[in-house]
Design a protein around this ligand. Structure first.
Ligand SMILES: C[S@@+](CC[C@H](N)C(=O)[O-])C[C@H]1O[C@@H](n2cnc3c(N)ncnc32)[C@H](O)[C@@H]1O
Length: 247
C-alpha cells in the first residue's frame, strides 16, 4: 500500500467513533439549528436557496457526499433519485431515523474515495457541506478525480471547503485549531495534507486556490469560487460543473 493510500485509510478510520446518532443539524432539526448557525454567521436557509433549491427537480439524481443523518439530503426530496454517501454506517448516524424509507433514496456506506458505489454518468447534482473541510488535500484530489466519470455532462456541484482567508472568526479559529490538535494557526493551516490522527475529525485548510487547481487538473469548469459569499461568514462553497461535452 502506498503512503497516500495508507494515510487515507487512517483518515477514514479516524471518523469511526464520531457523530454517533447524527450531527447537530440532523438531531436538532433544521429550523432550530438554522437559528444557532446564524449566530456564527452561517445562513443555512440561504445555502438552501442558492445552492440546492434552483437545481432540484423530479428529473435529476442528487448526490450528497458525507450525508451523515441526511439533514441536507432531506432538502432535496423533490429529486427523482437521492443518494447519500458516508464513511460511517447508516445505523451509526441514524440516517433512516431521520429520512423516510423511500425506494428513491439510497445510502452508501463507503470505505474509500473511489466513488465505486455510483454508476457511470448517472449523477446530475452534487452537494457537500461540512465534509471536505474534514478531508485532506490528497483525499479531495482522489474524490474529484473519481467523481468525474460518475457525473452526467453539465452536472452542477456545490462543495464547501475550509479556507483560512475566509475563516476569520477568532473564537472559531481557536476552537477548530485546538480540536484539530494544533496550538499554532500557521502550522495548522500549512498542514493541509497532514496527519489525520492529530485530532479526530480535524479540519484541513487547503483553501480555494488549491481546490480550484484540482478542478482544472481534472477538467471541471469553475462557475463560482464562492457562491455563498457573505451568507456563510466562515467557509466558501465552490460551484463547478462537469462540462456539457468534452469537445
Ligand atoms: C461534520 S459531519 C457533516 C454531515 C452533514 N453534511 C451535515 O452537515 O450535517 C461530516 C461527515 O462527513 C463524513 N465524511 C468524512 N470523510 C468522508 C469521506 N471521505 N467520504 C464520505 N463522507 C465522509 C463523516 O463521516 C461525517 O458524517
Amino acid at each position: 500500500m502506498s503512503n497516500v493510500a495508507e494515510k487515507l485509510e487512517k483518515e477514514i478510520n479516524s471518523f469511526q467513533s464520531l457523530w454517533r446518532g447524527g450531527t447537530t443539524l440532523s438531531r436538532q432539526g433544521w429550523d432550530s439549528c438554522a437559528n444557532d448557525r446564524l449566530r456564527v454567521g452561517i445562513d443555512i436557509n440561504k445555502i438552501y436557496e442558492i445552492c440546492i433549491q434552483p437545481y432540484i427537480n423530479n428529473e435529476i439524481t442528487a448526490l450528497e457526499i458525507g450525508t451523515n443523518g441526511g439533514a441536507w439530503l432531506k432538502k432535496m426530496m423533490e429529486a427523482k433519485a437521492l443518494i447519500g454517501t458516508d464513511v460511517l454506517s447508516a445505523e451509526h448516524v441514524g440516517f433512516w431515523n431521520n429520512v423516510p424509507p423511500l425506494d428513491k433514496i439510497a445510502y452508501h456506506h463507503v470505505s474509500d474515495f473511489s466513488c465505486d458505489c455510483l454508476e457511470e454518468g448517472s449523477v446530475d447534482y452534487v452537494f457537500s457541506y461540512d465534509v471536505f473541510c474534514h478531508i485532506s488535500y490528497s483525499g479531495t484530489e482522489q474524490y474529484l478525480k473519481n467523481l468525474y466519470d460518475k457525473l452526467k455532462p453539465g452536472a452542477n456541484c456545490f462543495i464547501m471547503i475550509a479556507d483560512a482567508d475566509k475563516y476569520q472568526h477568532y473564537g472559531n479559529k481557536y476552537k477548530c485549531m485546538t480540536a484539530s490538535g494544533y496550538s499554532d494557526w500557521e502550522t495548522f493551516v500549512n498542514d493541509f495534507d497532514g496527519d489525520p490522527t492529530r485530532g479526530r475529525g480535524r479540519w484541513y485548510f487547503y483553501g480555494t486556490e488549491r481546490f480550484c487547481e484540482l478542478l482544472e487538473k481534472y477538467n471541471y469548469t469553475l462557475i463560482d469560487k464562492d457562491v455563498i459569499g457573505g451568507y456563510d461568514r466562515l467557509s466558501p462553497i465552490i460551484h463547478f460543473k462537469k462540462p456539457e461535452s468534452n469537445g
